[in-house]
Design a protein around this ligand. Structure first.
Ligand SMILES: *[C@@H]1O[C@H](CO)[C@@H](O)[C@H](O)[C@H]1NC(C)=O
Ligand SMILES: *[C@@H]1O[C@H](CO)[C@@H](O)[C@H](O)[C@H]1NC(C)=O
Ligand SMILES: *[C@@H]1O[C@H](CO)[C@@H](O)[C@H](O)[C@H]1NC(C)=O
Length: 794
């Protein structure tokens, strides 16, 4: 060590001073030297200290004896001075012992004399404080209270006293300072004192430099690094990124879909920062619906959702760290409606059947419900076209199905009304509901006859209870409204005893004849029938029935002239001078039948003298065919047959007696051709009228006389023959006269029979039958169709 000259002088001075003090008495001589003093430095002058002369020293062989092998001190016998043999290092000599004293003796021989001496070595600040480690770690739990001290390692300084470590310093920082403490032995040690609470989450580590200073001048220093590790305390709860999560999920999301992912952070480390998630306050339904992954914080569906049941969920999720601290968040899950519900139709009331003829009847009242919401739940309701019904919206999704005007069961008795309800969602969902509406019958239709009028043909002489025909009516109503009862209406002609003629089956409209009909009595009759239903009120309608009795050939021809029931046949007079073609007589016959049945033909069956007479087949005129001769017998008997044209034909025979007479002659002349002068026509006409009037009067007179005479004669003397014959009375008897055995004649058949002596010019004007069209005066002609059809009334 280098020490300045000034310093050394001062040291020497100091040593002398000490020696002077030490050398007195028997006390050991004390010497002092600073360490690092260069060798050769004179420590003391023993001559002076021991009071001996230099020569004596040398002579007595003075020597320095020390405990060490090599003496650090050397005695210069020449000068008697004690010289430092080597540079001393206090630390090497004494270490930390203070004061550092080495003992030695000065040994004198002859006489042996020992002087005790000691050398004290002073310290020089030649060492710096030194820490055992370059770095020291200090672990501090965060949140330790302010003022907490942490012991630091001390620095060592080989120097002693003021030169040893006197102070410690750390670099400026916000949290710590160093305080120096004294141990009991006076040594100082440093403590790290917390000035401010630590937060690991703010600063988890500090690095400070600790400086140790000794008391030298200038002080020496030594440094060490302090690494402060802030130990974690679970002082942070997990914290969610959002306190409130709002998610939307379509209700048709499949099970397993992720709903939300929550995440929480914990600023702590280690298990204190390990977060696990759990449902907090979760109902059973929620835990059945959602699954929370404890590690990832994912919320997934484990069940399908139904917006209509639960439109939203509130999940409370708790995050817990390993230290037991927890944080919460809530997740609001809005289920988004999907159009997954078909509209529903709920019938509140249904009127079925509905009566026809009732306008604006409410058939059904129903409600539409769609459990979806929004557009998905809005519905449109309609029915098919072409039915007489309308939908009327009512309050709050209620609809009325009403009839659109009166219905007619007879047109349609049943309607299937399809109500379609469609919502407005995407895709649209449609529900259809069919209401079957029956239309109940009202008696609004009268029975309708199949024909306006019926014409039924019946052959006369029918068997009683003969089924004539059937009338029929239909009723388009149903049930009892269509149950038809037939009946006869009273005849309009009071004389027609309808109820004895016809009966009707009320159920099926069959008409029966109650008794045999007689064409000759009644050719046709009309009556009304009615058909009545059983509705309430009952409706009825009428039809005209016309019964036409068809003629049967049930009447044989009836010979009017000559009367055949006389005991003696009527005798005709025939003048002998009669020309050929002389009209002997005319057989008059009628047939009460009509048509072909009454179309008579005459035939000469037998004659006394065949060939003399001929009968005109169609008019019954009996005429001579040749001139009479004297040889001809005067009395002739002719047998004629009158036959009708019926099928089978009926006939009547006529017996005729002809008596030839002389003198009673009137030649047969055909009607003279009157040549009329047109200029005298008017006078002729007047004359003709006069003649006709006269002839009529005289004819009437003659007829009356003849009738009177005839009747008298016929009654009194039936055998009376000349000049007359039996003449029918003016009237037929009132009761029935049987001619053929089957037919009848009634009073209504009246014939005017006229007989004149002049048979040539006058014919019988005899027939005035009821049906002049049938019994035509012109026998030679077929009755034409027109007249026939007029009979039938067709
Ligand atoms: C050590 O230092 C202190 C003050 O710095 C002083 O009072 C004291 O006298 C000194 N001691 C020595 C032995 O020098
Ligand atoms: C109505 O529907 C029923 C049942 O489907 C069916 O039997 C009936 O014939 C239908 N009626 C009409 C008028 O379509
Ligand atoms: C013949 O018949 C007619 C008519 O029926 C009758 O008036 C007349 O008296 C009858 N004559 C005889 C003789 O029976």
């Amino acid at each position: 060590m280098k020490i300045g000259r000034e310093h050394r002088k001062r040291q020497v001075l100091l040593i002398f001073l000490l020696l002077g003090v030490v050398g007195a008495g028997s006390e050991p001589r004390r010497y002092f030297v600073m360490e690092e003093t260069p060798s050769g430095t004179v420590l003391a002058d023993l001559v002076q200290d021991l009071g001996l002369g230099v020569a004596e020293l040398a002579a007595r062989g003075a020597q320095v004896v020390s405990e060490e092998k090599e003496s650090r001190l050397q005695l210069d016998l020449q000068t008697g001075k004690l010289i430092l043999n080597e540079k001393l290092d206090r630390e090497e000599l004494c270490g930390s012992t203070e004061p550092c004293v080495t003992h030695f003796q000065v040994l004198l021989k002859k006489p042996l004399e020992i002087f005790q001496a000691e050398l004290r070595v002073g310290d020089i600040n030649d060492h710096s404080p030194e820490f055992p480690e370059r770095e020291m770690a200090v672990k501090i739990i965060e949140n330790s209270p302010v003022g907490t001290a942490f012991l630091l390692k001390t620095a060592q300084d080989l120097d002693v006293g003021n030169n040893s470590v006197q102070n410690y310093k750390i670099g400026t920082n916000s949290h710590f300072h160093v305080s120096i403490r004294n141990r009991g032995d006076g040594r100082k040690y440093p403590e790290l004192v917390l000035d401010k609470e630590l937060d690991r989450e703010v600063q988890a580590a500090f690095r400070l430099t600790l400086t140790a200073l000794d008391g030298g001048s200038p002080p020496r220093t030594g440094t060490s690094q302090i690494r402060i590790v802030v130990l974690d305390v679970n002082d942070n709860a997990p914290e969610f990124a959002q306190a409130f999560y709002r998610v939307q999920i379509p209700e048709n999301s499949p099970s397993g879909s992720m709903v939300a992912k929550v995440s929480a952070k914990d600023l702590d480390t280690g298990t204190n920062g390990e977060v696990s998630y759990s449902l907090f306050h979760s109902s059973q339904e929620m835990s059945k619906t959602f699954e929370l992954n404890a590690l990832s914080g994912e919320v997934r569906l484990i069940k399908t959702l139904d917006f209509e049941t639960t439109p939203s969920y509130e999940l409370d999720i708790e995050a817990t760290d390993g230290g037991g601290l927890s944080g919460k968040c809530s997740v609001s899950i809005q289920v988004v409606d999907v159009n997954d519900n078909y509209p529903e139709l709920i019938i509140s009331s249904l009127t079925n059947p509905i009566p026809e003829n009732s306008p604006e009847t409410e058939v059904a009242l129903f409600r539409i419900r769609d459990r979806d919401s929004g557009e998905n739940g809005r519905t449109i309701c309609s029915i098919q076209d072409g039915v007489p019904f309308t939908l009327e919206p009512s309050v709050e999704n209620f609809y009325r199905l009403v009839t659109d005007g009166a219905l007619d069961r007879e047109i349609r008795a049943e309607y299937n009304i399809t109500i379609s309800v469609t919502d407005l969602g995407i895709p649209k969902l449609t529900t259809q509901h069919t209401i079957t509406v029956q239309v109940s019958d009202i008696n609004d239709n009268a029975p309708a006859f199949t024909q306006v009028s019926y014409t039924m043909l019946v052959h006369e002489n029918n068997s009683p209870a003969l089924h004539i025909g059937t009338i029929s009516a239909t009723d388009s109503d149903s049930g009892s409204n269509a149950h038809i009862t037939y009946s006869l209406l009273p005849a309009q002609e009071p004389q027609l005893a309808l109820n004895s003629l016809i009966s009707i089956n009320a159920d099926n409209g069959q008409l029966f004849a109650l008794r045999a009909l007689d064409y000759e009595a009644l050719q046709a009759f009309e009556f009304h029938v009615s058909a009545t239903d059983r509705g309430s009120p009952a409706l009825s309608s009428q039809a005209l029935v016309r019964i036409v009795v068809l003629d049967d050939n049930d009447n044989a021809p009836f010979v009017l002239y000559p009367m055949q029931n006389a005991s003696a046949p009527c005798t005709e007079l025939l003048p002998r001078a009669a020309e050929p073609g002389y009209l002997v007589t005319k057989v008059v016959a009628v047939d009460r039948d009509s048509g072909q049945n009454a179309w008579l033909s005459f035939q000469l069956l037998k004659a006394t003298e065949p060939g003399l007479f001929s009968v005109w087949a169609h008019n019954g005129e009996v005429r001579t065919t040749r001139l009479l001769s004297e040889r001809d017998v005067p009395k002739h008997r002719l047998l004629l047959v009158v036959k009708d044209n019926g099928e089978p034909p009926r006939s009547a025979s006529v017996t005729l007696q002809v008596l030839m007479v002389d003198g009673f002659s009137q030649p047969y002349l055909p009607l003279p051709e009157v040549v009329r002068d047109p200029s005298h026509q008017e006078g002729d006409v007047l004359t003709l009228y006069l003649v006709i009037a006269l002839a009529s009067v005289s004819s009437l007179f003659l007829l009356s006389v003849l009738l009177f005479v005839g009747v008298r004669l016929c009654r009194r003397a039936r055998e009376v023959s000349l000049g007359g014959c039996s003449v029918p009375e003016g009237h037929f008897p009132g009761h029935l006269v049987d001619v053929s055995g089957a037919g009848t004649l009634s009073q209504s058949y009246q014939y005017e029979v006229c007989l004149t002596g002049d048979s040539q010019s006058n014919e019988f004007k005899f027939l005035k039958p009821v049906f002049s069209g049938i019994v035509d005066q012109n026998y030679g002609r077929q009755p034409d169709d027109q007249s026939f059809s007029s009979v039938l009334g067709m």
